[in-house]
Unconditional design. Sequence first.
Lengths: 278, 434, 290
Amino acid sequence: MNRASRTTVSTLLIALALAFLSPIYLMLVNSFKDRAELYRSALALPSSYSFQYYSKAMDKMNFLTAFGNSLYITIVSVLFVVVLASMTAWMLVRTDDRLSRIIFLVFVSTMLIPFQTLMMPLMQVMDWIRTTLHIPMLNTRGGLIYMNIGFHASMAVFLFHGFIKSVPVALEEAATLDGCSKFGVFWRIVFPMLKTITITVAILDVIAMWNDYLLPSLTLSDKALRTIPLSTFYFFGEFTIQWNLAMAGLTLTIIPVVVFYMFAQKYIIKGIAAGAVK
Amino acid sequence: MKLVKNVSVLLTATAVVGMLAACGNSNDNNNAGASGTAGASGSASATGTASAAPEKLKKISLFQSKVEIAEPLEKLADTYKKETGNEVEVWGSAGDAYMTQLQAKLAAGEGPTIFSVGTGAEAEKLKSYYADLSNEPFAKNIAPDMALKDGDKIVGVPYGVEGFGLVYNKSLIDPKDVKDVDALTKALEKFKAEGKNGLSLSQEAYFLIGHIINTPFALQADPTGFIDKLNKGEVKMADTKEFQEFAKVMEAIRANAVNPMEVKYDSQMGDFATGKTAMVHQGNWSYGMLKDYGDLGFDIGMMALPIAGNDKIAVGVASNWVVNNKADADQVKAASAFLNWMLTSDAGKNAIVNEFKFIPAMTNIDAGDLDPLSQTVFEATKAGNTIPWALNYFPQGIIVNDLAPAAQQFFLSKDMTGEQFLQNLDKAWANGAK
Amino acid sequence: MSKNNKGWFALFTAPLLLVFTTVVILPFIIGIGYSFVSWDGIPANPKVFVGLDNYATLLQDERFLSSAWRTIEFTVLALVLVNVLGLAISLLVTMKLRVSNAARTMFFLPNLIGGLILGYIWQFIFTDVFKFLGDKTGLDSVFFNWLIHPQTALYAMVIVFTWQMAGYTMIIYIAGIQGIPDELGEAARVDGANLWQRLTRIVFPLLMPSFTICLFLTLSGAFKIFDVNLSLTKGGPNNSTELFAMNIFNEIFGYGNYGLGQAKAIVFFILVAAVTLTQVVITKKKEVQY
């Protein structure tokens, strides 16, 4: 491509990206306005850039505790999802029989069930686990992590499954002949080749879990356990919202994920450049 | 290959999944039905103020629907702990997610010890959970007819009373000029000619139809009896005089005011605060929004929706505190103790009036420094000059699911007559009541 | 499978299957059971077995049927828009332009704003900003309050969903595109293939796995859409944008007809599963193994 068309494409791309970001502009500018100013004009730049709503939002949300909870829950859940789902998907791909096809289809089809129809029975199952096995599933971080793994299993298996199919079997066979166990084959040969998809799954799951409101709201009750999205509830009344605090709270919520994404994205590109995939 | 080692790594990983759930054990001592021990940590932290409470009570949880009081309630729980050494964990939920969360938590056997229920259909639905509060010391202080009852038993304490009607700008309109539907219609026409919005509803289901349709119901001789008949299809709104007048008001709004479908609660109150709207059909709660605009430059008041000779605002109890009878006996006892403290101690009474900003429905609590709208509601209540909240007795979910869509249709079609609107409402009612 | 392999199979899959079964499968089966019951969703209240009554009722529920149709309409529109846009963006940002990295992040940002507030921000755009634009530009046949007309309100939801999901599919397409060896494109270029030929003959066939994944993810996301629906239109005006998940939610938590809501969920699940699994099977067959 010549330089002129490169510039045109670049300009178009940035214009489109800016259009994409316009709602985020609204979020940012309105996190600095009081109700009267917001009413006068939501589009305009704020009359002053005082971070009072940010510090108020952080204070009300008990931000550091909530941040710690979110971080812990998200990281542990994602680690488990990535490890368990990649192992499962690999077995399902490499074992080409009816059972693994059925298991795969079950994973995939459950992605179509709206969460709203599962939540009441889910609560009952968790209650049953608590009363019969004496494992406290509700109002504990561990319980939420357990449910996170279950709910994100399908998509992760689906993504890994699709990717593993394009990984050549020859290497694995060679390693097996060399006396590698299945476990060794997977962790030494296969998993390193799944870098791109692993990071993709991690990104998607981190976002989903970090932002999740509904599941944590059902399982965590205590103030000390609240995640970041849960602790923004103070700003959402039944009919009206404290816009400035809600927008500031939202901005605070997404900053860590943006940082994570930019970091992870670089890693994907590096991985590609180093020829780790092929 | 190091098979043994690798397998052990995997098994550890698997085992950790199984045990993960056990990590948070210590957080589980506060729930109804959970077999936690009486808060040992609580007794340790009762620092010398034990004189108020010789008895150590079990930790309880409290879950309620009104986001606006969440923070003051947490503070009140802190004060309670300081004064008595007993603990109350306050849970939170955003906006309209409360009922869903409550239902899920009850299903999980993790229900809160104290929770709130809306008066009417919602309270009826959950009544198998209520502990009998009839013999609690605070029960006798509940204002007449305000207690939530199951048969003869008192099972719930009112949050407070709330009222709605036409909130108006005193510099733009005089209540004397809008005593009936014709006068109201003329006033709206006049405002339209001046480029002002005479009477604003807004697009949220309750503010579009739920509250304003309460008036023709409340004006029936026996509102709940009328609702029963309507449920059975024995009467029709279209054949009832009060509803016909109500429909005229709705026609006048459609003809002369800004389309409510274009108005949100936020912009409704913004337009009112800046003098662009003369009247809004709203409740005393909306003052919380107006005060964010600082000095309005005019006085405000609340008057009756003048249909069929009505001159009263609608006052009722929106929510009630109830105690979960599925919690263990010690928690029920601790819950009653907390309610009693909240409703009789100075700290509790002060919080209800000045922090929650409730208009108290207890004879032993004086109203505080009320805002003008709450003042009107309070005085009307004292004088008995009110109509009831019949909408509490509507079939569950009907306002959002059936009446609001019918109202949306009315406001979006130019040529639907008031009579057709009432027929649609009758149809919607039949659907929602089945 | 040899005995040894069976053991490995179990070892690799059992942990996840255990969690998955307790969290998803078991609740789903219990849910199927509830679809034969009349219950208001309050645990302490009676559950009455009513056989197939709920299924009979839903067949006559016009609101449910029209909601199902609207969901299909929404899904088809969203499916096309999300994937065309996601694919186009991913092709553009993998062209090794100087702005590529920045653009990637910018397109991905909307995905991070979950939940209700996103709907409220867009509500403001479709009502206030659109009216403002209409007044300023005179194009009030395009820029009016989109949320108060049944058809445009549905389009508004498609736009918001696309805005959210395009960045999501972009990531997956990028992963796919970067898996295609550069030499293939170079070789074709040397052979004189133009851009379009290189795309349709080389890139797209090799992207089939990504297509499968993205189509399916968009499909399942669109069928289940709830947050955007609730915060943007609440199903209005006049229930015209009440999509499937919201219809069920209203039945269960609005009316308190738990069993009927579950029956609706089961019926819709069966229909959707039949359609999408067919889709997965078809596109899987077209995937190129290389």
